[in-house]
Ligand binder design. Structure first.
Ligand code: ZN
Length: 299
């Protein structure tokens, strides 16, 4: 028995976006290519944000133009608004991941829009895609377990937005613990509530390891039947609201845990460990993932 768990690599986007050092386009391209060679089939490559606001993500169009279209790999662009959607379509992304914040506090600080306004934006993007075409749309619901501005985020808040996304026919919905405050028991409950609200959508989970609960939350998700998880090579990234915090759960740590238990992920663990070490060195820091430090087992 081998169950396949899909890991979406988010290091080149969520990881690098939250690093203080900005890497040039050439280095980011090299990272994307190595990750794809190591088994990443779906990968967040770019973000269509204003480069003046997020200099780490400048050059999205250049990166997409340099990547040869390839049926085996899906390059995902992060989209916050209609302008971002237009750029994402023009750049030739294979998927658009539209972010909606669960709270007004985070939405206003991050995207200058309330949660309800962001749902309206999602609806407008879905409508545009229906008329003009474009890549498949997924939604990531950020700060779905807690918000640095508004505090606790209730299950009802999350479910209400998920219901709207489901009504729009969004085929994949990610529930994100953007600031790393979730615990595995809450994760399980929230998955059950979200699944009931969006029975036809595929659910994906996105965890930051800010408070060392990331892998436990991933475990709880898999136990609850989730088969798509986000992770970031080397545990790249951080948390914009917790200085010195670690980033997303490390792809190599997640691959190790799952494959040790007999799951299939399609990744080459040894290659991932190398990539995690190299990119951390490039960023001038020690790798955040445990596997980058300890290596796999058996050797
Ligand atoms: Zn994130």
């Amino acid at each position: 028995m081998s169950r396949f768990i899909q890991i979406v690599e988010v290091g080149p986007r969520d990881g690098l976006q939250n690093e203080t050092l900005s890497l040039p386009v050439a280095d980011r391209l090299a990272l994307i290519r190595r990750l794809e060679a190591a088994g990443a089939r779906r990968i967040e490559t770019v973000s269509f944000v204003n480069p003046n606001r997020v200099p780490q993500m400048a050059g999205a169009e250049e990166i997409m133009a340099a990547l040869e279209p390839d049926l085996d790999h899906s390059r995902i662009g992060l989209v916050l608004n209609l302008r971002g959607w237009e750029r994402c379509v023009a750049a030739g992304c294979d998927e658009a991941n539209v972010v909606v914040c669960a709270t007004d506090g985070f939405g206003l600080a991050n995207q200058g829009a309330t949660a309800a306004q962001q749902v309206d934006t999602l609806a407008a993007i879905v409508e545009r895609q229906a008329v003009e075409g474009g890549p498949p749309i997924t939604m990531t619901l950020s700060v779905a377990f807690g918000c640095p501005f508004d505090g606790e985020v209730s299950e009802d808040q999350v479910v209400a937005i998920v219901r709207e996304a489901a009504a729009l026919g969004v085929p994949e919905i990610a529930i994100a613990d953007t600031i790393g405050v979730a615990d595995p028991w809450t994760v399980r409950q929230r998955i059950e509530a979200v699944r009931a609200a969006a029975p036809d959508a595929r659910l994906r989970m996105h965890f930051h390891d800010t408070r060392n609960t990331g892998l436990a939350n991933a475990f709880a998700s898999v136990e609850a039947g989730i088969d798509v998880l986000d992770a970031s090579v080397g545990g790249l990234g951080g948390c914009p609201f917790a200085p010195n915090a670690t980033g997303n759960i490390g792809t190599e740590d997640l691959v190790y845990m799952l494959e040790r238990a007999g799951f299939d992920t399609g990744y080459d663990l040894a290659a991932l460990i190398e990539i995690g070490r190299d990119i951390s060195e490039k960023l001038g820091k020690a790798p955040a993932s445990s596997l980058a430090r300890a290596g796999g087992f058996p050797a």
